[in-house]
Structures are given as structure tokens and as C-alpha cells.
Design a protein around this ligand. Structure first.
Ligand code: ZN
Ligand code: ZN
Length: 120
């Protein structure tokens, strides 16, 4: 199996811990706190665009609707769009970004190491 092209093969929404669990093609299970994920939304509305600040930059906190993950939608073969309870669904999280954001102990330990994903 090619390790440099990891894809998520399934996901689970853990409502109790409010986290997303992605299972990857290398069998790694990545953990993603919903709120952390929402704050990282890369869409123009949230993160800004062309030097304009995004919505997230003017916020101190987010509502529970904004940080409740309802579903995940695949985007092509490279990413996922979370569908949030407030209806927001324009953020595309690439597989590489998601994998790099994994909050499991093992990945957090390795986070300081060099980039695992060479730029293509
Ligand atoms: Zn967004
Ligand atoms: Zn991990």
C-alpha cells in the first residue's frame, strides 16, 4: 500500500465526546475534536480571503450548533466537507490537512517532527 496517499475509509461521530473518528487506509484512527475542527474551517467565509478577515477572526467563541458535526460529505478524491448543525458546509478539509490535524496521542507526539507530506 502506498503510504504517501492516505485516505479515510470510514468515519464515526462520537457525540458523547464531541469528536470525529476517521479510519484511514493504513488503519490509523484519527481523532478530531469538533470544536477544533470548526475553528480550522478553511472556507473564505470563516477564514477570510484575499487579505479580508474571516468570520472566525471576529469571534471569541462559537455556539454549540456551530460546533456540532452532523455529517461528512466527500469532496472529489481529496477531501471532506463537514456539515455542521448550523447549516454551514462550505469548508473543504483535504485528507492531508485532516491527517495532519489528528489529535491522537501518537500523532501529537510526532507533531514536532518534520512534515510527513512532501509537497507535490
Ligand atoms: Zn467555513
Ligand atoms: Zn493519529
Amino acid at each position: 500500500m502506498m503510504n504517501n496517499y492516505l485516505v479515510p475509509v470510514s468515519f464515526l461521530l462520537d457525540e458523547e465526546k464531541r469528536q470525529l473518528i476517521l479510519t484511514w487506509s493504513d488503519e490509523h484512527e484519527s481523532l478530531h475534536n469538533w470544536e477544533t475542527l470548526r475553528w480550522a474551517c478553511p472556507c473564505a467565509w470563516c477564514a477570510g480571503e484575499g487579505g479580508q478577515p474571516g468570520m472566525l477572526q471576529s469571534r471569541q467563541s462559537l455556539t454549540s450548533e456551530e460546533t456540532t458535526l452532523d455529517n461528512l460529505q466527500p469532496v472529489g478524491r481529496y477531501g471532506l466537507t463537514p456539515i455542521w448543525e448550523d447549516g454551514h458546509k462550505t469548508g473543504i478539509y483535504t485528507f492531508e490537512k485532516l491527517r495532519a490535524m489528528c489529535e491522537c496521542d501518537e500523532c501529537k507526539k510526532n507533531a514536532s517532527q518534520a512534515e510527513r507530506y512532501p509537497k507535490r
